[in-house]
Design a binder for this molecule. Sequence first.
Ligand SMILES: Cc1cc2nc3c(=O)[nH]c(=O)nc-3n(C[C@H](O)[C@H](O)[C@H](O)COP(=O)(O)OP(=O)(O)OC[C@H]3O[C@@H](n4cnc5c(N)ncnc54)[C@H](O)[C@@H]3O)c2cc1C
Length: 477
Amino acid sequence: MNTTSTSSPIHVIGGGLAGSEAAWQIASAGVPVVLHEMRGVRGTDAHKSDGLAELVCSNSFRSDDATSNAVGVIHAEMRMAGSLIMACADRHQVPAGGALAVDRDGFSDAVTKAIHDNPLITVVREEITGLPPKEWGLAIVATGPLTAPSLAQAIQAETGADALAFFDAIAPIVYRESIDMDICWYQSRYDKVGPGGTGKDYINCPMNEEQYNAFVDALIAGDTVGFKEWEGTPYFDGCLPIEVMAERGRETLRHGPMKPMGLTNAHNPTVKAYAVVQLRQDNALGTLYNMVGFQTKLKYGAQAEIFRMIPGLENAEFARLGGLHRNTYINSPTLLDSSLTLKSRPGLRFAGQITGCEGYVESASVGLLAGRFAAAERKGEAVSLPPATTALGSLLGHITGGHIVTDEEPGKRSFQPMNINFGLFPELQPGSIVKPEGVKRFRGKDKTIMKRQLIAKRALADCATWLGQAAPLAETT
Ligand SMILES: Cc1cc2nc3c(=O)[nH]c(=O)nc-3n(C[C@H](O)[C@H](O)[C@H](O)COP(=O)(O)OP(=O)(O)OC[C@H]3O[C@@H](n4cnc5c(N)ncnc54)[C@H](O)[C@@H]3O)c2cc1C
């Protein structure tokens, strides 16, 4: 017998960015929530306080430009959807040019107070050590990159050993349109078709010996980010940072991820490349390509500079740069349905960084969605997914299916954490980008800017339609 009713609470585990937003959204829909947060009883390696929605590192929510920046667009959509995180961020903003940066203590205090003052939200300070018991009915796990070990083990037991990662190994992702196809060519190694392939699944960037040597030198000299003491050094041979491979010997990369075997330069078939960088399609839309085997600890500035030395990537634009961090995240594209529910456990949703999104804003936005979906389910209403053309919808779509799952590297999971970027949005209708009247020179860069402006405009319009109307900002005391 189903004993739950609209007055039965939804349980949210984790009072970080995602869990706090999820709890707020559920309460805003008139449904009670119990928010379980372990800090106060047990800490994490990165959090310093007991405050909800603590920012563990930078105090920036990144660009607030909703006209031509994907992060700014998701900010605007969250504001429209009554986001508590955005309301508190706006109230505690500090000067940061075009970025939205916040006073971290003021921000966390405001979120904590709003949550505690909400009569529909009960905060319980406790560690949840296993999956939510079935009698809880609807629940959301939003325990973040530093999920406590016993819960992580329980998630692993439910989803399978390979389905939960404890470190990420992020290779840079490049916008397809910024790759120079007069230099690069499509080909799979040995023209292998493989499951679901065509024999032309990779974009290949050729290097001669001189270019290869200069590239290896730059990798070795590049500035890197160290691991935090508590992260350990998660190197294992299948997943070494590219610069560590370069340090192991000048030929290592040429016999590893940059091996030229089985590849023939379509632009110059008679000259064998000395080394080849391969990029593999990353999303079903075909707008994003990841640099295969290029996980790295190089600093972001060094990455952009060094990777643009690769022939064909001179003007590469990066949707995401590489990294290697302590992280906890599930293989969402295979485990979750389109409304973030674990397929094997109806009623149990995941939200925040544990779903494989990356960053404060993205984590909070996935919390916002999970909260709205769970509240709708509790009220017996249809779950309404945001359109794929919105920032919320494009990120959700990537996590729950848009990422292409590859199994051609045994033992490796292709799904890596993703931030919001324009490569996740569906393309515009053909013919949308038109040279403005009176403009003489309309170059590639101008077209990219216009394209992004049009995608942003479409996203905000479609988000407003999805929400019925532009919702007011969350009211907090
Ligand atoms: C060291 C570090 C630095 C980072 N720097 C940045 C940055 O500069 N910018 C950026 O955008 N992103 C950064 N991130 C990513 C950032 O953590 C996430 O984007 C964001 O905080 C994730 O939000 P979340 O709600 O998913 O997880 P969190 O904000 O971490 O919230 C999860 C909450 O769950 C609680 N919890 C965990 N396990 C349990 C349990 N079993 N029972 C009860 N409660 C539990 C935790 O105490 C925590 O409060 C960083 C991450 C780390 C680890």
